[in-house]
Write a protein that binds this ligand. Structure first.
Ligand code: IPE
Ligand code: IPE
Ligand code: MG
Length: 258
């Protein structure tokens, strides 16, 4: 199943494997990690970048094709201006330090979200990095930055509406599939496994559309402590599950043995 549309159960079953094809992560708990050590919150975010590096190499090793990381939500602008500023600086420096290595390792880098709000310098650097790595084929690393699931659906609807006004689309013919090409994750299969660290059990406006049939994994471990062993545990949990996509367990078993 390497299509970009809405998950088709038959295709998903045919492609069933022990390893998820796409892992999406809410990297939460950096602030609490730092606070518990008497450090400024940014120290937690810095430590978090190290975990991103580990996660990218773990995914590449395991043959996971897509890794999507929530780095900054459209609601995170509500944080103190100083934290927002430091996060922007950290994002820029991490990008500058890592992009060559990502490229060397055949990783395709991409950012989804309304990035222009980060300013010209970051926007330009993101575009360059995307361009540099666009033909890489080992792992697609997608960073969600100034991203919100509702924003994503709304901007896709706006594009559909523009096309309808131009007469390119018949509003009567609009289905769920019609929206998919305009969502920012178009071209990427829906996540198989979702991980949220930091103990909260919520989606916080992440990939609302795409998580419809994703397996959810919540852990109290804070993101700066989420090492390879923790990731293995999440993968083991995924492997042990039966995905049914609305079918019955018997149907799934029959399909598996067919
Ligand atoms: C997640 O960690 C990173 C971002 C949202 C940028 P937090 O900064 O939310 O950490 P906690 O939840 O306050 O511990
Ligand atoms: C979600 O974490 C966003 C990111 C990890 C980037 P938050 O810490 O912002 O989520 P809430 O506010 O606890 O729901
Ligand atoms: Mg948080």
């Amino acid at each position: 199943m390497d299509n970009a549309g809405i998950t088709d159960p038959a295709a998903a079953l045919a492609g069933k494997s022990a390893v998820p094809q796409h892992v999406a992560v809410i990297m939460d708990g950096n602030g609490r990690w730092a606070k518990s050590r008497g450090l400024p919150r940014i120290a937690g975010h810095r430590k978090g970048v190290e975990r991103v590096r580990d996660m990218v190499s773990a995914c590449a090793e395991k043959g996971i094709k897509h890794l999507t990381l929530f780095a900054f939500s459209s609601e995170n602008w509500r944080r103190p201006a100083q934290e927002v500023q430091l996060l922007k600086e950290l994002f820029l420096s991490a990008l500058e330090n890592e992009i060559r290595k990502l490229h060397k390792n055949n990783v395709r880098f991409r950012v989804v979200g309304d990035i222009e709000r980060f300013g010209e310098k970051i926007t330009e650097r993101i575009r360059q990095s995307e361009l540099l790595t666009q033909n890489n084929s080992s792992l697609t690393l997608t960073i969600a930055a100034n991203y919100g699931g509702r924003w994503d659906i709304a901007q896709a609807c706006a594009e559909l509406a523009r096309r309808a006004v131009r007469g390119e689309i018949d509003p009567q013919a609009i289905t769920e599939d019609s929206l998919v090409p305009y969502l920012s994750m178009a071209g990427t299969p829906e996540p198989d496994l979702f991980i949220r660290t930091g103990g909260e059990q919520r989606i916080s406006n992440f990939l609302l559309w795409q998580l419809a049939y994703t397996e959810m994994y919540f852990t109290p471990v804070l993101w700066p402590d989420f090492d390879r062993t923790q990731f293995e545990q999440a993968l083991d949990s995924y492997t042990g599950r039966q995905r049914r996509f609305g079918l019955t367990g018997d149907q799934i078993e029959a399909a598996r043995h067919a």
